[in-house]
Design a protein around this ligand. Structure first.
Ligand SMILES: [Zn+2]
Length: 266
């Protein structure tokens, strides 16, 4: 059986000597794995279309359950600038890691697909052609870009139904400033006594953070590229989201650990 769809390459995995298993986010079928015969041999007919983040039109043969074979793959947009920009690549990898871990059967595939494509398009658009460099000769990652990726993470959680609630107590609606990562909501002191686990440590949140978060969730991704939050808000929100996601997944995201070590300190 032949199927044609649009797909974004999320991951690739070497298989045997020259074969490849490609994980796609597709427009119609959500996340699927497909098998590519000998793409690592020179003069492969797939060219660079199986590189991570490539957006292609793909034709598959075989049933989804038994890993279909990629028959044809034509690049619609290569997104090579995102792949070659180390920081963009790590941030998008984090979104992909969350997406793969939290996508359940029946998830709104089309919405997810359009979301990721939108993130990649906007991210490329936000990259200046001549970025400023630090002393080590690396391109400086702008505050605008950091804000954009935090907003993207929030939008992704919203699509997947795991958007944290920061505005008001999740039980009674009272104004409050403590977020409980394992519950995904802020709670007032009174409700925290009955709702929260003993020894669960909440994260203190500020009015400014709540305000920025409301903009993130209320605005479109495109409109939110105009947001210029202070550095400390981005940092606090990043920590809060990481804690929340760690509880959702019951593990730490590899890309979060990597980002914390490599990028946050720059
Ligand atoms: Zn309450």
């Amino acid at each position: 059986m032949l199927t044609t769809t649009e797909g974004i390459v999320l991951r690739t995995q070497k298989y045997a000597e020259a074969d490849l298993i490609v994980t796609y986010l597709t427009l119609n079928k959500g996340i699927i794995k497909a098998f590519a015969k000998s793409p690592r041999k020179t003069k492969s007919r797939f060219g660079s279309s199986l590189e991570p983040l490539t957006y292609s039109k793909i034709t598959l043969m075989g049933k989804e359950q038994s890993m279909p074979k990629i028959i044809q793959s034509d690049i619609l947009k290569p997104f090579y600038r995102l792949r070659e920009n180390f920081q963009d690549y790590i941030h998008i990898s984090k979104l992909i890691e969350i997406l793969i871990a939290l996508t359940l059967e029946g998830t709104a595939y089309k919405k997810l697909f359009l979301f990721l494509l939108n993130v990649m398009n906007l991210s490329e658009m936000l990259n200046p052609p001549f970025p400023p460099f630090n002393k080590g000769g690396e391109a400086i990652f702008s505050e605008q870009k950091k804000a954009f990726y935090i907003t993207s993470q929030i939008h992704l959680l919203k699509i997947l139904g795991y958007e944290p609630r920061l505005k008001g107590c999740g039980k009674c609606g009272t104004k409050c400033f403590y977020f409980y990562p394992h519950l995904g909501t802020a709670l007032c002191r009174k409700c925290a006594v009955t709702q929260s686990k003993k020894n669960a440590s909440p994260i203190k949140i500020t009015s400014k953070l709540i305000k920025f978060y409301s903009h993130c969730t209320g605005w479109s991704l495109h409109a939110s590229t105009r947001l210029r939050p202070p550095r400390e808000i981005i940092s606090a929100l990043s920590t809060l989201l990481d804690e929340h996601i760690n509880h959702l997944l019951n593990k730490r995201l590899m890309s979060s650990e990597f980002l914390a070590k490599v990028i946050i300190n720059r």
